[in-house]
Design a protein around this ligand. Structure first.
Ligand code: ATP
Ligand code: MG
Length: 255
């Protein structure tokens, strides 16, 4: 039991969700470590959605809404953290949902598809024989994708992705949207749109934005995507983090 007034309650509850997914067999131990690395950057951001992240989320939703074949790629951590949000976002943007794992086993694929269905997903791509197309990539079972999904997608939303994979998708000419708390990772640097935010905040924010942006004409949505500059956005995030640290250093942090 986590006491209701615990200062790190939110963060601990999120960890519990991952531990639960680990016990059920669809979150891998590497996923737990990856989350810890992300938490560190979340501390530096102040554990809140910063302005730059809102802008990236807005541009990302506009890209999904104007895509011909948008796909949301789901791994174990995403299934544990935001299953409902993924299903809602897919519905709001017309995106397909595909299971895509670095450590692929039939059992994990099925478990993740089951979690998504439990949260309302109608169709889940990338399970078993459905993942029979391959993307040119050196390592990992992640090269296997659905021929109806990521393989033919123009816009791929990969809430939590690895650097190699992001680069491989970009090389295939895809527009890649990533969520990554670390603005310095290869994923963050290689994506078309990088959302520097915790996935537990980013996906629900995007669901809200999708409801709002749906009403806009296509040209306006396209203009939002075009105006967004990922390099500039990442620079602003880095500036924000460094300024925040300088301010804290001047003010002091001792309890
Ligand atoms: P890359 O492969 O992109 O260079 P990496 O190898 O440093 O990055 P990975 O182990 O591939 O990192 O993935 C872990 C990264 O995923 C973390 O650094 C973190 O930024 C990001 N991450 C983990 N959990 C979350 C989360 N809940 N929300 C947002 N980002 C997260
Ligand atoms: Mg990596």
């Amino acid at each position: 039991m986590i006491p209701p007034n615990h200062p790190r309650r939110e963060s601990l509850l999120v960890r519990e969700r991952l531990v639960e997914g680990f016990r059920e067999g669809y979150v891998v131990p590497q996923g737990l470590i990856a989350h810890g690395r992300g938490e560190c950057f979340d501390y530096l951001l102040g554990e809140a959605t910063v302005e730059e992240a809102w802008e990236a989320e807005r541009a990302a939703v506009a890209a999904l809404l104007t895509a011909k074949r948008p796909v949301i790629s789901v791994n174990g951590n995403v299934a544990a953290l935001v299953p409902e949000g993924v299903v809602q976002l897919a519905r709001a943007t017309g995106a397909a949902v595909e299971v895509n794992l670095f450590y692929r086993t039939r059992e994990r694929e099925e478990l993740i598809a089951e979690v998504l269905r439990r949260h309302g997903a109608e169709e889940v791509l990338g399970v078993g024989d459905d993942a029979s197309c391959t993307i040119p990539e050196l390592f990992s079972e992640r090269r296997r994708v659905s021929c109806r999904g990521i393989y033919v997608a123009d816009v791929v939303f990969v809430p939590l992705e690895d650097g190699d994979r992001t680069e491989a998708l970009r090389k295939m000419g895809k527009f890649v949207i990533a969520v990554d708390l670390n603005p310095l990772s290869r994923t963050a640097r290689a994506a078309s749109i990088t959302i520097v935010d915790n996935v537990v905040r980013a996906v629900p924010n995007m669901v809200k934005l999708a409801e709002e942006l749906k009403a806009l004409p296509r040209e306006e949505l396209e203009a939002i995507v075009k105006r967004f500059n990922n390099d500039e956005n990442l620079r602003r995030v880095l500036r924000r983090i460094s300024q925040r640290l300088v301010e804290l250093a001047e003010r002091g942090v001792a309890l």
